[in-house]
Write a protein that binds this ligand. Structure first.
Ligand SMILES: [Zn+2]
Length: 198
């Protein structure tokens, strides 16, 4: 499909699906009621994508762990065949990127929130747009270094279109477990799922 054909009605259906999935993304990330894993939505970054990841708005443990998470997720991605990788960037990219923010967003139900912005797809492939990740410094939610590391790494998984896991049979050992407070890196189970997409 070339870029021109994206104006067809089939694209609008896909766009509606993407918007719906983004809305689900929000609901799921709020860590209240959870629907099924929306990773069955099947989207993924196009092969060879370099996801430019910007850390300029975060500090301390979040800043450090974002870099470690780049290494961890890149190692996991290398087990697949898509050649998608994260790259730490010197400036925020509004296309094919991930931008982290931190702030005291208060007692709102989430420790971290990944939101897709201006995402565009061709078929199952995301070809443009970016994700913002908000990390909530509200102390009771992220009380220690491990909690901050979990949130930083987990939200990065969402930017690969991986969904929350909320049924024990799908693996409560996973970094993508919806309320993980113990995993700071993708586990073998996370990598198994990742390899079905990348
Ligand atoms: Zn999540």
């Amino acid at each position: 499909m070339d870029k021109k054909s994206l104006t067809t009605s089939s694209f609008h259906i896909k766009l509606a699906l993407i918007i719906l999935i983004i809305l689900l993304f929000f609901v799921v990330s709020v860590q209240v009621a959870h629907a099924a894993e929306w990773q069955s939505g099947n989207y993924r970054w196009a092969n060879g994508t370099r996801l430019m990841m910007y850390r300029g708005y975060i500090s301390g443990e979040y800043f450090n762990w974002a870099a470690t998470s780049v290494s961890n997720w890149n190692s996991a991605l290398k087990q697949g065949s898509s050649n998608v990788q994260f790259v730490i960037a010197a400036s925020p990219y509004a296309s094919k990127g991930v931008i982290y923010y931190e702030g005291n967003y208060g007692k709102n139900g989430w420790v971290g929130l990944a939101t897709g912005i201006s995402l565009k797809a061709q078929g199952i492939y995301i070809v443009d747009g970016y994700f913002q990740i908000q990390l909530n410094t509200y102390a009771p939610y992220n009380p220690n270094i491990t909690a901050k590391r979990c949130a930083t790494a987990h939200e990065m998984g969402h930017t690969l279109w991986l969904g929350d896991v909320n049924t024990v049979s799908s693996g409560n050992d996973r970094l993508m477990w919806w309320t993980t407070t113990s995993n700071t890196a993708p586990t073998l189970s996370d990598i198994c799922v990742l390899k079905t997409r990348y």
